[in-house]
Every structure is written in structure tokens, then in C-alpha cells.
Design a protein around this ligand. Structure first.
Ligand SMILES: Cc1cc2nc3c(=O)[nH]c(=O)nc-3n(C[C@H](O)[C@H](O)[C@H](O)COP(=O)(O)OP(=O)(O)OC[C@H]3O[C@@H](n4cnc5c(N)ncnc54)[C@H](O)[C@@H]3O)c2cc1C
Length: 199
């Protein structure tokens, strides 16, 4: 079974969701993952000293390169540089359109769009003030269940309303990916490895 996932936002949250999904690829499950990113992540302004296992003072480009290399070792992801402008359709048949790229069809969508302005048509109704980032115009998306906006559409990272930390963004992104794995499996699902499972 092959499932297609569009991830909007390719900073630390979007890439983490992709990595979790890629790690679950197996004999009976495969993914067609597209990441659309405008390249304006908050992470670009940061130097990270407080995320476990990260090199001290890690910068965005190095963090992106490291996660992408981990993803690349598991699955081939399509990276699109651009702004997603609308998402229409429903689970199993989402269509993402934007400037400078052809429409992308997918079974699932993850919004890992950060806490800046959110103007993606089709999902504006979910926008709320981001109460844990006490600065003007910071937003989150209102979700229920397991970070689900509506069936098949999930939110990840600080767009989900978590405190603005790399570690919380990654945790939220992992949860969104596992929610999709569970939806596909029809039961609680996640992927675990052991020291010998990939040898
Ligand atoms: C100055 C500063 C210092 C910080 N220091 C630390 C620190 O020391 N430690 C720490 O843990 N955290 C720190 N942070 C917070 C950290 O950077 C964020 O918590 C983290 O980047 C959130 O990750 P994210 O992927 O959820 O969102 P972001 O990193 O904001 O990424 C969101 C991505 O989505 C893209 N996007 C949005 N809309 C669209 C669209 N329509 N189409 C395509 N792409 C889209 C954006 O361009 C962006 O690339 C700092 C933040 C700032 C601003």
C-alpha cells in the first residue's frame, strides 16, 4: 500500500514528520512524500543550545541538512520551494496549489507552517491566536483528537500551539506523523527500531 503525504512547511517540524513517516516504510507500506517550503522558518533566526543531541549552537541550515540526510537514507522525498496557497478536497484526495509549482495531490496533508501569518485557502477557519507566543500576529491552528484539523489533515510544530521550542515542535511533528500511521493502520501505530532491525 502506498500513501501520499503533502507536508506544508519544511523547517524542523515538517522534516521531523517526514522522517517519522519515512522510518515506517516497510514491505507493505510505502510513502510518496512532498514537502513544500517557503523557507521563512523561525529556526533561521536561532542558534540552538538547548535541544538534546544537537551540536551546541546548531544553525538552521545544518539542522535541515542533517534531518534531510536521515530522510534520504530511508525514502526519496520531493522538495518544492514555494508557497502553498490553497488546499482543497478531502482525505484521500487533497489538492495543494501554490505559486511556482504544479498542483500536488495527496491522501493526507500536514500543516507545519510555523506561527507566522496563515493564509492558506481552505483552512483559514482553523486559525487562532497563538497564546504561548505572546507577540502580535502569532497564530496556531485549532485541532482536535490527535492534531487533526479535519479527516486526513493534521497540524505539526508550533503551528499546533505548542511552546516555541525546537524540541516541542519536533514532538508535535512526531505525534502528527504517528496519527497518520494510526489512521492508515486503523489502530494505534508507530515504528520502533532495535539495534539489529536495520542490519
Ligand atoms: C530569534 C529566535 C531564537 C530562537 N531560539 C531558540 C532556541 O534557542 N531554542 C529553541 O528550542 N527554539 C528557539 N527558537 C524557536 C524555534 O526556532 C521554533 O520553535 C521552531 O523553529 C519551530 O519549528 P516549526 O517547524 O514549527 O516552525 P518554523 O521553523 O517557523 O517553520 C515553518 C516553515 O513553514 C513554512 N511555511 C509557512 N507557510 C507556508 C506556506 N503557505 N507554504 C510553504 N511554506 C510555508 C515557513 O516558510 C517555514 O519554513 C527561536 C526562535 C527565534 C525566532
Amino acid at each position: 500500500m502506498k500513501k501520499s503525504i503533502t507536508i506544508i512547511g519544511g523547517s524542523v517540524a515538517g522534516l521531523t514528520s517526514a522522517l517519522i513517516l519515512a522510518s515506517a516504510k516497510g514491505e507493505n507500506l510505502d510513502f510518496d512524500i512532498t514537502i513544500i517550503d517557503e523557507g521563512k522558518g523561525d529556526l533561521r533566526a536561532a542558534a540552538i543550545y538547548n535541544a538534546p543531541m544537537f551540536p551546541q549552537g546548531a544553525l538552521a541550515n545544518d539542522i535541515y541538512a542533517q534531518i534531510k540526510s536521515q530522510i534520504d537514507s530511508l525514502i526519496k522525498v520531493r522538495y518544492i520551494s514555494g508557497k502553498a496557497e490553497s488546499v482543497s478536497g478531502s482525505k484521500g484526495g487533497f489538492v495543494t496549489k501554490g505559486a511556482g509549482f504544479d498542483e500536488v495531490k495527496s491522501d493526507y496533508v500536514i500543516f507545519a507552517t510555523g506561527a507566522g501569518a496563515f493564509d492558506i485557502k481552505g483552512f483559514e477557519e482553523f486559525v487562532r491566536p497563538h497564546t504561548l507566543i505572546p507577540r502580535p500576529n502569532k497564530v496556531r491552528l485549532e485541532w482536535s483528537g490527535r492534531q487533526e484539523l479535519k479527516p486526513g489533515a493534521y497540524v505539526a510544530g508550533i503551528a499546533s500551539g505548542v511552546t516555541s521550542m525546537v524540541t516541542t515542535a519536533m514532538g508535535s511533528a512526531s505525534e502528527a506523523a504517528c496519527a497518520i500511521l494510526s489512521d492508515i493502520a486503523g489502530t494505534v501505530a508507530y515504528h520502533h527500531d532495535t539495534p539489529t532491525s536495520r542490519k
